[in-house]
Design a binder for this molecule. Structure first.
Ligand SMILES: [Zn+2]
Ligand SMILES: [Zn+2]
Length: 98
């Protein structure tokens, strides 16, 4: 699966505190390393991406290192990495704009 950086930051702030935590909450996966294939850096942040396909415009979060966080062009993910929609909410979670 290839994804591309959106290079934009959604103003939506959910109560997960960070996009990385948002990814952990919904993917039920944990990682200490960047999910770009072949990258083992651990300075990860939740990064907003889109799938590199025409028919899916949804915004997703994946954990990328600071380098891949600013990557331009498609990035291949480690197999099995879950993409978590930025619009997902916990049952009792409120999306607030701040
Ligand atoms: Zn959240
Ligand atoms: Zn990386």
């Amino acid at each position: 699966m290839k994804v591309k950086n959106i290079n934009g930051t959604s103003q939506n702030i959910c109560s997960c505190n960070s996009w990385l935590q948002h990814w952990r909450n919904f993917s039920r996966q944990t990682t200490v390393a960047c999910r770009a294939l072949g990258c083992f850096r651990t300075d990860i942040v939740g990064t907003q991406v889109q799938k590199d396909i025409e028919y899916d415009n949804e915004w997703y979060i994946v954990p990328f290192c600071k380098s891949h966080h600013n990557a331009t062009g498609p990035v291949e993910l480690v197999a099995g990495t879950k993409l978590v929609s930025v619009n997902k909410k916990m049952k009792n979670e409120k999306i607030t704009s701040q």
